[in-house]
Design a protein around this ligand. Structure first.
Ligand SMILES: Cc1cc2nc3c(=O)[nH]c(=O)nc-3n(C[C@H](O)[C@H](O)[C@H](O)COP(=O)(O)O)c2cc1C
Length: 210
């Protein structure tokens, strides 16, 4: 295998501030299809996506701000302003939900959610490979029923898992320094030993926090 695809994985970073143009129809199809390749115990396909494009992005922003207040969670004026300033340029949001199934319980609920998380990671990587900036957030009314009802993600069948914004980066993202994997890996040999805890096996490189 060539190294180039791996370099995409290694260089992915979140890009919050994006603008038009968003993904072309062809690119959006590839991004969504990438989600379908996520690992998925039991082939439950628990991921659900709602596309929010163009003017609908600000409609969702206004709904989320108002509904969050109505739910008894006050938002500061500064937070409202920063949310609007961020979203008014975003050409595409993908709302993400996990489909829960109270009848088919063979696969534990958390495994469904992990599969949805993996599907989002595939979308983030696909967007990055296609040259877009993408960012996963749970800030925009993710935990507010009124917002999720409006998106068609009603309880108890669905659990909203956030929103992915995708567009053209407003600024070229600076490379992000990542931690050395060794700080997170231990080895278990199986013979009368315990694995060395990862945090003891190696220390975080200077300047990095987790
Ligand atoms: C499930 C999930 C929800 C997140 N929600 C938020 C959020 O609401 N606000 C935020 O600033 N970052 C949030 N993040 C983190 C960003 O998406 C991003 O990962 C982080 O800024 C680090 O950037 P990186 O992806 O380049 O490492 C969330 C990440 C995940 C996995």
């Amino acid at each position: 295998m060539s190294v180039a695809p791996l370099n995409y994985l290694l260089s992915r970073c979140s890009v919050k501030y994006v603008q038009a143009p968003g993904p072309t129809d062809e690119h959006l199809a590839l991004i969504l299809q990438a989600a379908m390749s996520a690992p998925d115990h039991g082939r439950e396909r628990p991921w659900r996506f709602a596309l929010i494009r163009g003017a609908a992005v600000m409609h969702l922003a206004e709904l989320a701000l108002a509904a969050t207040e109505r739910a008894g969670r006050p938002i500061t004026a500064a937070k409202e302003a920063s949310t609007r300033a961020w979203l008014e340029k975003v050409p595409l949001l993908i709302a993400v939900a996990c489909h829960l199934d109270s009848v088919s319980t063979r696969i534990p609920e958390h495994e469904r959610m992990l599969a949805v998380g993996a599907s989002v990671t595939n979308m983030l990587n696909a967007a990055h490979m296609l040259g877009y900036g993408a960012y996963w957030s749970t800030g925009l009314g993710t935990y507010v029923d009124e917002v999720n009802d409006a998106l068609g993600f009603e309880k108890p069948g669905y659990r909203c898992m956030g929103h992915v914004s995708i567009g053209t980066p407003i600024q070229t993202p600076a490379p992000v320094k990542r931690p050395d994997y060794q700080a997170f890996v231990s080895e278990w040999t199986g013979v009368g030993e315990q694995a060395i805890p990862a945090h003891a096996a190696a220390s975080m490189p200077a300047g990095l926090t987790d």
